[in-house]
Every structure is written in structure tokens, then in C-alpha cells.
Design a protein around this ligand. Sequence first.
Ligand SMILES: O=P(O)(O)OC[C@H]1O[C@](O)(COP(=O)(O)O)[C@@H](O)[C@@H]1O
Ligand SMILES: [Mg+2]
Ligand SMILES: [Mg+2]
Length: 352
Amino acid sequence: MPSATLTASTLSGGSLKTLEQFIIERESDSPGSTGQFSRLLRDLALAAKVVERDVRKAGLVDIFGETGDVNVQGEVQKKLDLLAHEEFVRALRRGGEVCLIGSEEHAEAIPLQFDDCQGKYIVLFDPLDGSSNVDVNVSIGTIFSIYKVPEDHAGPVSVENALQPGRDQVAAGYIVYGSSTILVYTTGNGVNGFTLDPSIGEFLLSHPNIRTPEMGEMYSINEGNYNSWEPGLKEYIKWMQTEAPEDDPPRPFTTRYIGSFVADFHRNLMKGGVYIYPANARNPSGKLRLMYEANPMAFIIEQAGGIASTGNGRILDVPPEALHQRCPVYIGSPKMVEMAKSFLAGERTARD
Ligand SMILES: O=P(O)(O)OC[C@H]1O[C@](O)(COP(=O)(O)O)[C@@H](O)[C@@H]1O
Ligand SMILES: [Mg+2]
Ligand SMILES: [Mg+2]
């Protein structure tokens, strides 16, 4: 009979690996590692803990509402957008492993160091994803994408060095500030998730080696834009909504749309599903940003066995032209994204 003194944190704290232990173990496996990457991920995790603390008490202190500024996307900036931006910039500047950063909340790329950048890192991030949900206690998050400065690079690093195709990322990850706080990341060697144990302030390895289901029964899309979708997409959504109890999985599928990409993505990653933000009348090249939303999530989903497409091609192969460029996103369980592509190509209709 287990003793009454056994508590959740003792159970979890005692047996689960911390993020730092996991990173150091993994880094020591890779030849020639210098510990720089471990320190960088430690800095990101630290900033996430500070943002998590602020998000949890958002209703109590004056960090709800808007800054009064409009960001480079033309969106009204939330106070938490700016607060999260500043927290990640501070942590990465202090850590010293990063030469250049790009943020959704800052028009230009921000150099953190001007020399000795060889072999250091470039970090592109969305400090707060799901801004429309900030003031109403719905899950929000942070998304990050990491590139390496070429070893033979000389002189200061500029935005040109950041505009590398997604397939060249060395790491990518996100944090969901939800019912619990989870950090999920990949370095191209599988996907792992770490839940923050607030009682010890540590991210613990709660979801090792995440694989997304081949097929799911959920789709995430803002149906308010239905009228401006291309015909193939309308057919695909109609097909998922059509009664077919004999199918495996049975239709109709379920729609789930939180309006925070990071949270919709995480649910679909764990349970199976597809998230779609297509090009539409309001956003002719889609809404999500390639460099710090689509690319990092595409790297993660591919590492978890899923697919990330623009509808016409692999997101990780999209040539980057600008820091804040947008692209259409079809991402999730492989069978569901493959199906979307066949409907977009007109190979299938809702009656199939
Ligand atoms: O309100 P819409 O048009 O459905 O857009 C919601 C999408 O936009 C986003 O909020 C964009 O991200 P930001 O909140 O970081 O700007 C996604 O998280 C979300 O999936
Ligand atoms: Mg976002
Ligand atoms: Mg954002």
C-alpha cells in the first residue's frame, strides 16, 4: 500500500528527467558539441518560465489589453505580445549564444552580437501566438526556430543570414501556456515534450518521442472564411462533414478551432488531425508567417511522422524572401494532409 505522503511532484519530480538533463545527455552524444546549444535551449526555457508566470496572473496585474501600437503585421499589439517579446530578447541577449534574432513583434531583425558569430545561432520567434485569445484565458504559446551561423561566416550577421529554408533549421519548438505548460522541441532527432512542474520550476520529460497518428478525426480551420476558399478546399471540408458512419474513421469528423495555432497544432499532434490556414481573400498568401510559425511547426510535424504543405509543396522547401512573409498552411496527420492535397488538385470531390 503506497504511503500517504507520496505526492504528485515527488512522483513526477523523482522519476522524470529534467529538460536540462535531457539536453546535456543528447548534446554529449553529438560529436564536437560545445554545450552552446544546451545553453541556448536553457535560455529559451528560462524566458518561457517568466512568460508563463506573467500569463498565469494576467488578470491580476495590468498586462491585459493593448499597447496602443500596431506591429509590422498591421495587427494591434497586445501588452503580452510585447512583454513576451522583451522577455525572450532579454534571455537570449544575456545567454550570449545568439547573434541575431527575428521576432513577430519587431519589424527588423535584431543583431545581438556584431563579431565572433561563427558557429553561433540565429533565433526567429513568435513571442506570443494566439494573441486574439490573450485576454480571455484561452491557451496561447510561443514558437521558435533556430538556425546556425555558418562556421566560415565573417563579420556581422544580417537578416540575409536568417533567410534560410526551413529544411536547414537545426532546432525548432514551441511552448503552450495552457491547462499546464508544455515545451515541445526537435533537433532533427525525434520530438520530445516537457511539462513544467510548478512545484519545482522544472520542465520534466513527460512526452518522450512523440509520433502523430497517421489519421485523425479532427480538423481546425476558421470556417468564417469559407466563401473565399478555393473549390478543392470547400470539397475537402464538405467531405469531412458528410455522414459516413461505415467509414474508418467514421464521418462526419469533428471541428476544433481554438484560434491559437500553437494550441490547435499541439492537440492535433497528440490526437491526430489537420490544421489549415489557407490563402483567402483577406490573406492572399495565407495568414501564418513562414519563418517563425510555419517552418518550426513543419520541422516538428515531419519529425513526428506528419506532413506540412502549402497545398502545392513542402513548407520546409519554401524559399524565404522576407522575415515576415506569410504562406498557406496544411499541417498534421499524414493521411489527412495527403487527402487535402488530392482535393485541392481536383482529384476528389465531397461525394467520393
Ligand atoms: O482569427 P483567425 O484569422 O482565424 O487567425 C487565427 C490564427 O492567427 C494566429 O493568432 C496568428 O498568430 P499571432 O497570434 O501570433 O499573430 C494564430 O495563432 C491563429 O491560428
Ligand atoms: Mg502566431
Ligand atoms: Mg504572435
